[in-house]
Design a protein around this ligand. Structure first.
Ligand code: C2E
Ligand code: MG
Ligand code: MG
Ligand code: MG
Length: 288
């Protein structure tokens, strides 16, 4: 009996779980420090319009270059920020940087929309939403908020109210990672979104996967029927780029057009951009 009790205790204190937790706590502390010292960066990934045949917009993607770990995946630290409440500070910093950079782009002769990822967790925080709107009011160009579909569906009543306020105040709304959540057509009908972003998991095998191609084509038609434009994420190959164009997709985004890059590189990229190229398709690496 004593031996069994000891075993149970060991099972409860699984060292792997403990070290993972300890690591997350350490990272949480360091994230707070990074936010306090404004050490996070914002990188931009271009979005290409088929109709206008040019880069019409960029998506802001937050980056954390950690002193010991290198670049930490935003998937990981954004989740930490959401769970601790630091997402407000993070989002505020990203918004300010984007608005300043949009102004600098304009001075350099580039009128670009900027898409910013807005955590679904924030939608229920009315005071924060109002704060974010006040910051966005200072933008020299169009700001679009990318919100994942699951976030809206989690609490549709609150989510829709917030989104309606954003739209009334002149922001655009994009439904991010479309197809990965439990999509409800009823909610899709109610969200006054301007853009549907098809998740890259459907785009990556679009040339070989009959079913992916069918789903993407249907999503494009559905979005157009609802008055939204469509962005495909994860466009890596010329074949995918061309196929999406033939399906009536409006905007392409992915390593084949351009990877996320720091602001300085973006200006060079915009000056040099000459179209789709498969040489741009190198994968970045994150270390957690
Ligand atoms: P997301 O908004 O769906 O962003 C697209 C992700 O796909 C980005 O990853 C981008 O680097 C990556 N990507 C773009 N094109 C390609 C491609 O052709 N191939 C492949 N394999 N990947 C591609 P990233 O930068 O690691 O960001 C991951 C997620 O973190 C984002 O997904 C977004 O949900 C979140 N995130 C990033 N920045 C912010 C932010 O400022 N605020 C919030 N709340 N979330 C953010
Ligand atoms: Mg996004
Ligand atoms: Mg996405
Ligand atoms: Mg995503």
């Amino acid at each position: 009996d004593q031996a069994r009790a000891a075993k149970t205790r060991i099972a409860l204190f699984d060292p792997r779980i403990y070290s993972e937790l300890a690591d997350t706590l350490l990272l949480t502390d360091q994230l707070y420090a990074a936010l306090a010292s404004k050490a996070l960066q914002v990188w931009y990934q271009p979005k290409f319009s088929y109709r206008e045949s040019r880069i019409i917009s960029v998506e802001a993607l937050v980056r954390w270059n950690h002193a010991e770990r290198g670049y930490v995946s935003p998937q990981r630290f954004v989740q930490i920020a959401e769970e601790t409440g630091a997402i407000r500070d993070l989002t505020t910093q990203v918004l300010h940087t984007c608005i300043a950079d949009q102004g600098r782009l304009k001075s350099a002769g580039f009128d670009l929309d900027i898409s910013i990822n807005y955590s679904g967790r924030l939608l229920s925080d009315e005071a924060y939403n109002a704060h974010a709107l006040n910051i966005c009011d200072q933008a020299v160009g169009q700001i679009c908020l990318e919100i994942t579909e699951t976030a809206v569906i989690e609490d549709p009543r609150i989510g829709l109210a917030a989104i309606n306020t954003f739209v009334d105040r002149g922001l655009e709304i994009s439904i991010d990672d479309f197809g990965t959540g439990l999509s409800s057509l009823a909610y899709l009908k109610q969200i006054p979104a301007h853009e549907l972003k098809i998740d890259r998991s459907f785009i990556m095998e679009i040339e070989s996967g009959q079913r992916d191609a069918l789903l993407v084509r249907s999503a494009i038609d559905l979005a157009h029927g609802l008055g939204m434009k469509v962005t495909a994420e994860g466009v890596e190959t010329a074949a995918a780029f061309t196929l999406l164009q033939s399906m009536g997709c409006d905007i392409a985004q992915g390593y084949g057009i351009g990877k996320p890059m720091p602001f300085g590189d973006l200006i060079l990229f915009l000056n040099d951009f000459s179209g789709m190229s498969e040489t741009k398709t190198q994968m970045p690496t994150y270390r957690n």
